[in-house]
Design a protein around this ligand. Sequence first.
Ligand code: F6P
Length: 343
Amino acid sequence: MSKNIGILTGGGDCPGLNPAIRGAVMRGLDHGFTFTAFVEGWRGLVEGKTRPIGLVDVQDIAKLGGTILKSSRTNPFKKEGAVQKCLDNLKKFKIDALIAIGGEDTLGVATRLFEEHKVNTVGVPKTMDNDLSGTDFTFGFDTAASLAVDAAERLKDTGSSHLRIMVLEVMGRHAGWVALYTGIAAAADWILLPEQEPDIEKMCAHLKVAHARKGVALVVASEGTELPQYKDVKQELDQFGHMILKDRGVGDDLAKLIEEKTGIEARSAVIGHMQRGGPPTLFDRILGLRVGAAAADAVAAGNFGKMMAIRGTEITAVSLKEATGKLKLVDDKWIKFAETFYK
Ligand code: F6P
């Protein structure tokens, strides 16, 4: 008898989700699967909100940003009775296995459903933050960082005309991968990451030197950078216990600090959610398609409780539990590499 597979996308959207959906459905058709999509992430499973999905729905979506299945940051483990509703709906819609496409949060739920409730889950990793363990890259990151590099270079052009120091604030939450790659690729003069306590004095001294030589200087700052003034500020948390950083304004705060300490005019810009929209890059399309297809293969093989990862150039199945156990953060080797270019 043909299997009916549930599929959903959860958490912050990013380019590559639609290719992943296409990969899973197209390869699933080869295995004779039918699909039931739960819309709006875990909220769709809790509330039993579905839409049919088949060949026609995925035939031309690899080029599209966002997710045709919609998303939310719902955590069923945080809502009384919601997990039971998930289990009931899996029965009601006759779901044999569930493909969850998401980051640490969404896949954390998939892990618990597998470990604690024996649901046949397979995870597909996504996030522009690139902070999932167990995989070298997540789709969404390449597009988001490429867009940020473009923004950074545009900032340098205008900064150069006005002899200013420019600050670009990028997303990434608790991990600095986007800031790191953007800063290195766009030849920033300083990069600030959540993983490293900022040395404001040292940064400002260096910015003065760089500005004197080039007539402009660029700082790329991750939104999660812990400036000294944030030490005692209580930050709002989401349903998964993560800081909501949208109102913090690290870019603006930094530009003020830099201006104060260097005496050089400074401006800041926030790329924000623009980084999450638009068509996926070639890399994110191919990665999304590959991990999506691998998820359908894992279902066919009964290889549950696994996440489809890219290691080197190969797609491989890793334990969901291990992948969601801890975040992948920027390490000292990378920081040292970035500092090579502070001249
Ligand atoms: O996790 C992806 C991400 O874009 C983070 O970089 C950012 O902090 C967060 O999502 C923003 O979330 P929201 O879209 O809910 O404002």
